[in-house]
Write a protein that binds this ligand. Structure first.
Ligand SMILES: [Zn+2]
Length: 313
């Protein structure tokens, strides 16, 4: 829409120059019509793109983000090696549900991620090839239809054998710049693609939530976004529904943790728990919470409720 507004501002200037005489005036009208036509075309194209994943690259001003999006373009058409794909297919349950048309964009993102983000084991050494690959693959599943610049603030991922040193109660933590994951718990939660629990998807969803404004409040878009108000209303409504469901003892597609955990009035867990449910229990989430399903579908640009388990080469 920015482009359209830019053309609109040019109109009075051109019209003013051509309004004095007959021939010049006609020429002015022709130019005017041309510009209007072009403006309309740009607007129509942008409208058409509006239903799909967000085109954030045009608005991206963060240097790291610009670099990451450029890098992803360079990975176009590149594929993982046979061994890498085998590790993913053996370990990640969702791999077998992912539609074939998403495999290429997924692998391009994995390659770029592996190149750019350090992943340690116990903060003392580099993670193994298998560890790095599985973390990268799950992190990139979230952004398979989104730009790599979603992770522009990420500096490092730390894997811990079991407990996270300094956060012993948690199996995963995320700030705007860092993700910590318990490797033993990660492995437990990636095989089952249909239980709604996925540590890596959960923590990287927090990272995405943090990226726009430094706050994880379950609103993954910036305050300037046209979707912000919608998200705000949705989070308040859905949080209330979630609390109600659990207080009445009802089982629900989004984990209870997504409702109860609240920091300084913010509700950081709803987006993360909702994201795990979206990818792993899409049909149920769509049935029980159609509004949140639609919001996540629009945000992530994928439709997991329509995914079916399939054989892959
Ligand atoms: Zn969380």
């Amino acid at each position: 829409m920015k482009k359209f507004k830019g053309w609109f501002l040019l109109l009075p200037l051109l019209y003013g120059n051509c309004s004095g005489g007959g021939g010049a005036g006609e020429l002015g009208l022709v130019v005017l019509c041309g510009i209007l036509g072009f403006g309309l075309l740009v607007w129509t194209i942008e409208k058409k793109n509006g239903g799909g994943p967000r085109r954030t690259s045009a608005k991206m001003t963060n240097q790291r983000g610009v670099f990451l999006d450029k890098l992803l373009k360079q990975k176009k058409g590149l594929r993982l090696g046979f061994k890498q794909r085998r590790i993913i297919s053996k370990n990640i349950g969702l791999y077998h549900w992912l539609p074939k048309e998403l495999l290429n964009p997924w692998e391009e993102r994995i390659l770029a991620f592996l190149e750019q983000f350090p992943i340690t084991h116990m903060k003392t050494k580099n993670a193994t090839e298998e560890m790095r690959l599985l973390v990268a693959a799950e992190a990139c599943l979230l952004i398979v239809r989104r730009p790599l610049s979603d992770y522009r603030h990420l500096q490092v991922v730390h894997l811990w054998k079991d407990e996270i040193v300094g956060s012993e109660d948690a199996r995963g933590t995320a700030t705007r710049h860092e993700v910590n994951l318990s490797w033993s718990y990660l492995k437990k939660t990636i095989r089952n693609a249909r239980d709604g629990h996925n540590l890596t998807l959960h923590e990287f969803a927090h990272l995405i939530d943090f990226a726009d404004d430094g706050v994880a409040q379950s609103i993954p878009v910036s305050a300037h976004s046209e979707d912000h108000k919608e998200w705000q209303t949705l989070v308040d409504q859905e949080h209330a529904r979630l609390m109600q469901a659990y207080e009445s003892g009802k089982n629900y597609s989004i984990r209870a943790y997504g409702g109860y955990e609240s920091i300084k009035g913010d509700k950081p867990e709803l987006f993360s728990c909702g994201t795990s449910a979206f990818f792993e229990r899409g049909s149920r989430l769509k049935r029980e919470c159609p509004k949140i399903y639609e919001a996540l579908k629009k945000f992530y640009g994928v439709d997991p409720a329509s995914w079916r388990k399939q054989k892959k080469a």
